[in-house]
Write a protein that binds this ligand. Structure first.
Ligand code: GLN
Length: 451
């Protein structure tokens, strides 16, 4: 059914870069056999899922949205992918994304943009716009995203779906094509809170193959999603995230949602996190620095594309030609920014300062969580904007990440939950909830209360 739905709708939406028809049908048939034999592998056995193309799946084309990886079939599966397979999920295919997850609109994909199913002239968010669009278009009931600065939450918000960024280290990065290793976090996406929690439970948990993986029990996310009782919960509204510069329709939905939580028995407190205003600047130093180093591995020798290899040119010339042809503008921009920020003489002024700001932001979270259980804000300052509107203005594009980035810099858990549509334009609005590290269950409690 889902493969048919993809065939009917994906020409207009372009959520998928690769549909693995044979693999999906084989996995579905195997799940059917298990069901007949009463050997089910759990609640998600046989359920179809869309996988963001930044996670490797053995033998299946994986590009991370980049031309430089065109034609590459990874010889191994990411831990997240393997856990999906082991739980019996049926992977329908790989979803479109901004190149190497850099972007907020999926327009930086090397393979053309994805369209928002609510309005095909609008962006589906990014970088995981393909996964979110696949959910909103009912091409798949579940999807996997990755969140480095908001790439699960912001696409969720602008497509009216649920997206959770687990605690950093709560899900494994093994087999995830790295953007910024100290921020990257795979996570679950779905149309309902309970589905998201069930998927969270499958993919989370310690992985010895990831040095930053947390060796602790997975928070009780499914129980929280089933419960949804916010009575007595202390909810902190972040003063610095909201108000001026936010679309009126987004702001009023946010205020209504906070009032709803209060009426359900939560205690609402205004909280100040003064250093959050520096988060965007720190992120756009830390991220380019890390990605310029991570992307050095695309040297035309190891994977995918190779340009100008005529037996005469030197390896360095081939590498330069390949990187020139294979990387898009945004990727090049960030490599240049990152190498500059890391260069001798500037390191302390840029990268060093950004790391200090990161500590200040973490301190803001720690202080806030002394008095409240969760923090809340709009997920993004606006609803989905027009395709093409911000492609030539990187700063306007970066501003979209204002509310989502603090959680990544501090490594805490955060999720976006749909709370209806904006009175301005009838497009979906997301409500962001942030919880301490390894208290991801609180996100689901609030999400379930709102559903
Ligand atoms: N929009 C952010 C960026 O461009 C988010 C990236 C992400 O979370 N992968 O960096």
């Amino acid at each position: 059914v889902h493969l048919d739905r993809i065939a009917e709708t994906d020409e207009a939406i372009h959520a998928f870069l690769h549909v693995d028809t044979d693999g999906a049908l084989a996995a579905a048939a195997a799940a059917d056999e298990r069901r007949a034999a009463a050997e089910s592998r759990g609640p998600l056995d046989g359920v179809p899922l869309a996988l963001k193309d930044v996670l490797t799946q053995r033998g299946v084309p994986t590009t991370a949205g980049s031309r430089i990886l065109e034609g590459w079939r990874p010889p191994y599966s990411a831990t997240v992918t393997q856990r999906l397979v082991d739980a019996g999920l049926v992977i329908l295919g790989k979803t479109n994304m901004d190149e190497f997850a850099m972007g907020s609109s999926t327009e930086n994909s090397g393979y053309g943009p994805t369209h928002n199913p609510w309005d095909l002239t609008k962006i589906p968010g990014g970088s995981g716009g393909g996964s979110a669009a696949a959910l909103a278009a009912r091409q798949a009931p579940l999807a996997i995203g990755t969140d480095t600065g908001g790439s699960i939450r912001q696409p969720g918000a602008v497509t009216g779906t649920v997206g959770v960024k687990p605690t950093y280290g709560g899900t494994s990065r093994y087999g995830l094509i790295a953007l910024a290793s100290s921020l990257d976090t795979p996570g679950p996406c779905a149309r309902t809170v309970l589905d998201t929690a069930l998927l969270h439970e499958v993919i989370a948990g310690h992985d010895p193959r990831d040095a930053t993986s947390i060796d602790a029990p997975v928070p009780a996310v499914v129980e929280a999603a089933r419960n949804g009782d916010v009575t007595g919960m202390r909810i902190g509204v972040v003063r610095e995230l909201g108000g001026e510069g936010y679309a009126p329709g987004v702001q009023s939905k946010f205020t209504q949602t906070v009032a709803l939580l209060e009426s359900l028995g939560a205690e609402v407190i205004e909280v100040s996190c003064p250093n959050f205003v520096h988060a965007l600047a720190a992120y756009y130093l830390v991220l380019p620095a890390e990605c310029s180093s991570n992307l050095a591995r695309f040297d035309a020798m190891r994977y995918g594309l190779r340009v100008g290899d005529d037996g005469v040119r030197s390896a360095e010339e081939v590498m330069n030609l390949t990187r020139e042809a294979g990387f898009g503008d945004e990727v090049k921009r960030r490599i240049i920014l990152g190498t500059y920020a890391l260069s001798a003489g500037y390191y302390d002024a840029y990268y060093g300062s950004a790391q200090k700001v990161r500590t200040l932001i973490k301190n803001d979270f720690d202080a806030a969580f002394d008095t409240v259980d969760v923090l809340v804000s709009p997920t993004a300052p606006t609803t989905a904007f027009n395709l093409g509107e911000r492609v030539d203005d990187p700063l306007a594009m970066y501003l979209n990440d204002l509310c989502t980035i603090p959680a990544n810099l501090a490594g805490v858990s955060a999720g976006s939950f749909p709370v209806g549509v904006s009175a301005d334009d009838g497009l979906p609005v997301g409500f962001q909830v942030m919880a301490p590290a390894m208290a991801d269950d609180r996100l689901y409690t609030v999400g379930a209360a709102l559903e």
